[in-house]
Design a binder for this molecule. Structure first.
Ligand SMILES: N[C@@H](CCC(=O)N[C@@H](CS)C(=O)NCC(=O)O)C(=O)O
Length: 360
């Protein structure tokens, strides 16, 4: 074992399961070190702490917290970084303890490290429990922009779910009526037998409960408030205009509705410039809350454009939003959920016929 103050040099193999930390010559990887345990990480960096004896620090690329990583006997883990394991040789530390005033500091560091390790272990157990007991169902409809939202969010979080298509125009299923007795609408997400209603409420729930994948809402409270503001604007104001283009009884009503959609797109173009800060999405590098709220409506924007022979999301008038829409629709979490525009167009015609036949 090398105990000199100099960093260890040259290739070595570290056997972290042995009571002693063996350093033997062997072939090297890029960093010059190897770990022989193939269930454990590939990149191992060893160095000498000098004053307190030998310690080894391993940088775990692709570290998976679900893997059971135990401290080798006789060693304590002193790193709190989940991507790094830092073991220190306790026996060596004790030998040198009396000689080093840093001892109590190091001892404290070790106990913090041990506590951090216990916390990591508990986290792993919690994650395991959640993975095992997570039963997720989504009640949706292929044509519903609202129902695409939770599905996009679940895809972003890599959560498996059972999708239950609801033909709500023909009949509302017992499960839908029981799960959303207030609105009787899709989507509903049922998580471990507990229903959650309202698409954007579901998206927020998914973001809070499933910590896999990037956050959907921003981490900053003000940015979160801004994201929720635009989510509410999209649903309460802008979507009402989009829907009004389909429900309009006169050309005048239709014109006003189309103007409402266009004005909204201008506002959203400005908002995109500010919020995305030059990145691809409202959420920055990843699809976020406003992306989901607005993006789920894009297929219906295309339908309204076709029905009325207009360009609402115009590349010249809203270049940033236009480029965003292309990226959003081809995103892996989204692209398989978006129906063909022509199929949706036929469905829209059925809806328009149904609405115009309804008594005033
Ligand atoms: N604000 C709701 C709107 C949901 C909604 O309007 N869903 C429609 C399908 S797009 C529905 O289920 N309609 C059934 C009905 O109106 O009876 C949400 O965001 O989830």
């Amino acid at each position: 074992m090398n105990t000199s103050a100099e960093p260890l040099k040259g290739p070595m193999i570290i056997d972290i399961l042995s009571p002693q930390l063996h350093a033997t010559a062997g072939p090297s990887n890029d960093l010059g070190w190897q770990n022989p345990h193939d269930h454990l990480p590939l990149t191992v960096e060893a160095h000498n702490t000098g004053q307190l004896g030998f310690s080894t620090q391993m940088d775990f690329q692709n570290f998976n917290p679900l893997h059971e990583l135990e401290c080798p006997p006789g060693f304590a883990q002193i790193s709190t970084d989940p991507k790094k394991l830092h073991f220190i040789d306790l026996s060596h530390l004790h030998d040198q303890a009396v000689q080093h005033e840093e001892y109590s500091y190091k001892r404290q560091e070790i106990s913090q490290g041990v506590a951090a390790k216990d916390a990591m272990k508990q986290d792993r157990e919690n994650v395991n429990e959640m993975v095992e007991t997570s039963d997720v169902k989504v009640l949706g409809a292929w044509s519903s922009p609202f129902a695409w939202r939770p599905r996009i969010a679940l895809n972003l979080k890599n959560v498996d779910y059972e999708y239950l298509e609801q033909n709500y125009l023909v009949v509302k299923s017992e499960l839908l009526l029981k799960s959303n007795p207030i609105h009787k609408k899709v989507p509903v997400m049922i998580h471990n037998d507990k229903p959650i209603c309202e698409s954007l409420v579901i998206v927020q729930y998914i973001d809070e409960v499933f910590t896999s994948g990037a956050s959907i809402l921003p981490s900053d409270a003000y940015d979160r408030a801004i994201a929720r503001f635009w989510g509410a604007y999209i649903d309460d104001k802008w979507f009402s205009s989009l829907l009004a283009t389909l429900k309009a009884k006169t050309e005048e009503e239709k014109k006003t509705a189309i103007e409402g959609v266009s004005t909204g797109i201008e506002l959203l173009e400005e908002a995109f410039e500010k919020i995305s800060k030059g990145k691809d999405f409202f959420g920055g590098d990843t699809v976020g809350y406003i992306d989901i709220a607005l993006g789920a409506n894009l297929p219906w924007v295309r339908v309204v454009e076709k029905l009325n022979g207009v360009e609402l999301l115009d590349e010249t008038k809203a270049p940033n939003l236009y480029a965003w829409s292309e990226k959003f629709c081809s995103h892996p979490a989204v692209k398989d959920l978006i129906p063909e525009t022509d199929k949706l167009l036929e469905f829209a015609k059925t809806l328009i016929a149904k609405w115009s036949a309804a008594p005033q």
